[in-house]
Design a protein around this ligand. Structure first.
Ligand code: ZN
Length: 147
């Protein structure tokens, strides 16, 4: 919305789903956050782990946008190539800019995002938590008892 007010067109490099959704942007943002926001690391959290995490989080936005059924696509390779891409599988309904979510279309969009984004994310988070619990349980019985 701010870009539109500043005269930046949707299809421009700085337009919606342009440079800010590119892999280069995800790399730069992840490096900045990893090195500036985390001067001291927690145990087991290396800079590579942090960078990988922030890269996955940032890049996933463009990936999910490329799975929507509207817009012009995502410029994954900007600023080197401003071609906009969609994935062949596009089940997520796009939210029109300025959409009122208390309309039938708004509820349809929210339901689509809940089904295709929130449920898979919850399943992945649950699987990761289960793996961590199983790993902690296994370590507890593998390590010698110090009591
Ligand atoms: Zn987006």
């Amino acid at each position: 919305m701010l870009g539109f007010r500043l005269g930046i067109n949707y299809e421009d490099l700085l337009g919606h789903r342009g440079l800010s959704h590119s892999l280069v942007f995800a790399i730069i943002l992840s490096l900045v956050v990893t090195f500036l926001a985390f001067r001291q690391l927690l145990p087991r959290w290396t800079r590579l782990v942090l960078f990988s995490y922030f890269f996955a989080v940032t890049a996933s936005h463009g990936i999910l946008d490329a799975m929507t059924d509207g817009g012009l696509g995502v410029a994954f390779f900007a600023p080197f190539d401003d071609t906009r891409y969609f994935f062949p599988f596009r089940p997520i309904k796009v939210s029109p800019i300025g959409l009122s979510f208390f309309s039938a279309r708004g509820i349809d969009v929210l339901w689509s995002e809940f089904f295709w984004v929130c449920i898979p994310a919850a399943i992945i988070a649950g699987a990761v938590l289960c793996c961590r619990r199983i790993g902690a349980f296994a370590r507890q019985y593998r390590e010698p008892n110090n009591t």
